[in-house]
Design a protein around this ligand. Structure first.
Ligand SMILES: [Zn+2]
Length: 450
């Protein structure tokens, strides 16, 4: 039974026992960008880290200048860890504008979990440092995940080597910490020098490109739990079928020396279209589910809604063309997610992932889950992925997602759509059973699901 702190615990104290049982379900996280435990321990009890990642984007939206925000997120790797109190007054004032957004809520709940109160203030975050210092010892990940009922994590690493993200993180992950095979570098060719060096393969033709990608699958698929694609940040998701010789010509143009004419946008697109379908066929052969980023862009100052709103329309032909591949629609294409319910209803190989969504907008995530439960089969959704690099923030996010799940199922029962027993069964599905059905490595975890 997870040891909940405020405010979920406070909310549950007034609720019937079946809802407490909903909240006690262990949860598999299907999407993270977590540091390794060694990296986290090396950073020390720096609670300024909790102000990283997503909160700055809300603050930027509130009008805090990028230069001032830079002061908040800069690395502070030496004690004392609290130049927090030196934060620019405009940041501290802007806290009041974001304390009720999902991102603000995650930071408040994180503080609650680590000895502070549910306030978004510099003083509160500073008060957590001593408690965090005591906890930050080897075994931190296993202990904290156990305390909060997080059964496993799947990480798409942000780690960079010489300015490039390698497709697979090399460090050993824990037995409950899995990794994704990140494919964007294969498609945004010819940028991935590191990948070529790592496999001692030089790409000078489509044939050698195919050999490199095949090598990654052959060497690493058994070590990975899924394939991850974030190409929606760079282009539309309509990867049309392209003849091999057209893709070959396109890649030749892309690989031509800088002195040559160079490749055109349509050639690069032709190569990416071919490459994506080549990779999907491999994912099917190696039985790796494929996760697609859809919807809202992380960061601030760029939100091309015309492209984003078409993510699901663009993706549907691929889902139809590769019935042997399981597609995961990450973030349910927020805020354009209704069509994902339709896709999950129609295609047996299409799943919806609520990763990131509780932090982005907890009210929208709860409404979405409610409509999903009445619109698509119960085995097609995963409740949670923290989508953070810092484990403490993922745990704060988990607290928020659990409360969202309880509120949603309470509504389902109150309105007469389900009995408490049926609602509890739905909770077991979206928290852990659905993940264990789609990702075989999760079935062998020592931590038994409740
Ligand atoms: Zn992410």
């Amino acid at each position: 039974m997870p040891d909940f702190s405020q405010p979920l615990e406070q909310y549950l104290s007034r609720k019937p026992s079946w809802l407490r049982e909903v909240a006690s379900q262990g949860v598999h996280s299907t999407h993270e960008h977590l540091h390794t435990e060694a990296q986290r321990l090396a950073r020390g009890p720096d609670t300024a880290l909790w102000l990283h990642h997503y909160l700055p984007t809300d603050l930027a939206g509130a009008g805090v200048s990028p230069e001032v925000l830079q002061q908040m997120v800069q690395e502070r790797d030496r004690p004392p860890y609290i130049p927090l109190r030196e934060l620019d007054a405009s940041i501290i004032n802007a806290f009041s504008l974001v304390r009720h957004t999902g991102y603000g809520e995650v930071v408040k709940r994180t503080a609650s979990l680590f000895g502070g109160s549910g306030e978004l203030t510099v003083e509160n975050l500073a008060s957590c440092i001593a408690g965090l210092e005591q906890r930050l010892t080897p075994g931190f990940y296993a202990r904290e995940c156990g305390r909060c009922g997080l059964l496993s994590m799947q990480t798409n690493s942000f780690d960079m080597v010489d300015g490039e993200r390698l497709p697979v993180r090399r460090e050993q992950c824990h037995s409950f910490h899995f990794k994704d095979l990140f494919i964007d570098g294969f498609l945004r060719w010819p940028h991935a020098e590191m990948a070529q060096q790592e496999k001692s393969l030089r790409v000078d033709s489509l044939e050698s490109w195919e050999a490199l990608v095949e090598r990654y699958f052959a060497d690493d698929a058994a070590d990975c739990i899924a394939v991850k694609c974030a190409m929606a940040y760079a282009r539309s998701l309509n990867f049309e079928a392209v003849e091999r010789e057209d893709a070959s010509r396109a890649l030749d143009a892309m690989l031509a020396p800088a002195s040559a004419t160079g490749s055109t946008a349509s050639e690069r697109r032709a190569f990416e279209n071919y490459g994506m379908r080549f990779i999907l066929a491999l994912a099917g052969r190696y039985e790796l589910p494929v996760k697609f980023h859809t919807g809202h862009y992380a960061g601030h100052g760029s939100e091309p809604l015309h492209r984003i709103r078409n993510n699901l329309i663009d993706l549907e032909p691929l889902i139809a063309a590769f019935p042997q591949v399981n597609f995961i629609i990450m973030h349910h294409a927020y805020p354009y997610g209704e069509a994902a319910v339709t896709l999950a209803k129609s295609y047996a190989n299409c799943f919806i992932d609520q990763c990131w969504t509780w932090a982005m907008n907890p009210a929208a995530a709860s409404r979405y889950l409610f409509e999903f439960l009445l619109g698509a089969p119960a085995n097609k959704l995963f409740l949670f992925g923290g989508d953070y690099a810092c484990l403490e923030l993922t745990l704060g996010h988990l607290d928020l997602a659990r409360q969202g799940l309880c509120l949603t199922l309470e509504r389902l029962v109150d309105e007469g759509w389900a009995t408490p027993d049926e609602a509890l069964e739905l909770a077991r599905r979206v928290c852990h059973r659905n993940q264990e059905a789609l990702f075989p490595p999760l079935r062998h975890l020592k931590q038994a699901s409740p």
